[in-house]
Design a protein around this ligand. Structure first.
Ligand SMILES: [Zn+2]
Length: 407
């Protein structure tokens, strides 16, 4: 089905946004939600927020009230109240009255078997921009990151699954560069944050502005720094690698689990091995874990058998770990916000040679881990040892037994 795209932002302030929708948006901002889902389910309309990566039911509305809310979303997005017959996309920009802060939402409306559903993605709540030392890097990782970012050229890849915070990390890393005294251009889909001194180009496939055509145009604009929202096709991957091996600093995200698979993906995208070996400077692989609420987390002694979990990934077992409790500050959830877990891999001569030789993923992974770089799992357990997150959280992410929950 053809996707109807109208990307212009509709600015609303407190006064012009209709009441029910305004209350919903305000609640989402207060709850730090990243997504709002409005779905008809039987006779009701269910409103859910995604908070810290977990979908939570916010309210159930009756049929009339729910339809009213959906109509307000459609009108605010510049669509009429006619029934949605095909996917529609728009944006709403809402200015909070108290402090003049702008919040951007991408609105998607789709017809469903029941009626129609709406999804609002919070694109850039102001708190989303995080300083690089707040992302969750260890001191050693941070030093490596800063060194790689101080080089004049090369490719830096940020890899991870969907929703792992790659884009946030990319913007944070970009803020380490001297954008004021260089030409920095980005191609993004969508532009999620406005970066000062960066010329940001938004992909618009309908108008013929694809990731690759945008990238080609950027290369003719004499850039020093190029940011590519996501490398997700062969032509872009090859262009990215060539640009980085010919004097440009290129930063991009890629959908891959860890450093070795990110390199594998670039091979899969037909990037010539010697070009990749020559261009690649650093890979930052990441995931997100929930951070224990500092207000209510509770310490307990390590239980029998739990020390082994740490030792298995090369982390010294702590004597105590923290676990979630729940309080009003965290919505009784026990967790408040998320923090990155990282594998930061500097591409040294040995690794560059292995990439150029086209070594297999497993060989690359062994090579990386033999250097003593932390894996994502060991970094996650390190964050448990430091009381930042819990064994339950890390165990559920990395599929490991975490002691006896019944005790
Ligand atoms: Zn709490």
């Amino acid at each position: 089905m053809a996707k109807e795209l109208t990307m212009e932002a509709v600015l609303r302030d407190d006064e012009t946004l209709p009441g029910q929708l305004r209350e919903l948006i305000e609640a989402a901002v207060v709850d730090r939600a990243t997504d709002i889902h409005v779905d008809p389910v039987g006779e009701q309309v269910r409103v859910c927020f995604r908070i810290d990566g977990v979908v939570q039911l916010k309210q159930r509305l009756g049929r009339e009230e729910g339809r009213h809310l959906l109509n307000q979303i459609k009108v605010a997005s510049k669509f009429g109240t006619d029934r949605v017959l095909k996917p529609l996309e728009s944006r709403i920009r809402w200015r909070r009255r108290e402090d003049g802060t702008d919040f951007h939402f991408r609105v998607t409306l789709v017809p469903t078997s029941e009626a129609e559903a709406a999804h609002l993605r919070v694109l850039n709540s102001p708190r989303s921009m995080v300083e690089v030392d707040q992302l969750g890097f260890s001191q050693a990782q941070l030093a490596k990151v800063r060194r790689a970012m101080s080089q004049p050229e090369g490719l830096v890849l940020i890899s991870g699954p969907t929703g792992a915070g790659k884009t946030m990390t990319m913007y944070s890393l970009l803020s380490l560069l001297d954008l004021e005294n260089s030409v920095g251009i980005s191609i993004e889909d969508p532009v999620e944050y406005n970066m000062p001194c960066l010329r940001q180009i938004q992909v618009n496939d309908r108008q013929g502005l694809s990731m690759h055509s945008g990238l080609s145009a950027i290369l003719r604009m004499d850039p020093d720094i190029i940011m590519v929202g996501e490398t997700r096709d062969s032509r872009s991957a090859v262009t990215v690698a060539h640009a980085a091996s010919s004097g440009r600093f290129v930063l991009s995200t890629i959908h891959a689990r860890d450093t070795a698979t990110a390199i594998d993906m670039m091979h899969y995208y037909s990037v010539p091995r010697h070009v990749l070996g020559n261009a690649l400077r650093m890979v930052v692989a990441q995931d997100l874990v929930r951070r224990l609420c500092p207000n209510c987390k509770r310490e307990r002694k390590l239980r029998q058998g739990e020390a082994k979990l740490f030792e298995a990934v090369g982390v010294e077992a702590p004597s105590r770990v923290a676990e979630p409790v729940g309080c009003p500050k965290c919505g009784n959830y026990g967790y408040l916000g998320r923090i990155g877990v990282f594998q930061v891999t500097k591409v040294d001569e040995a690794l560059a040679a292995a990439v150029t030789e086209g070594k297999k993923t497993q060989v690359l992974r062994h090579l990386i881990e033999a250097r003593g770089d932390s894996s994502l799992t060991s970094d996650a357990y390190d964050k448990v040892a430091r009381g930042i997150t819990s064994l339950q959280e890390v165990g559920s992410l990395y599929g490991m037994a975490t002691g006896n929950p019944g005790q």
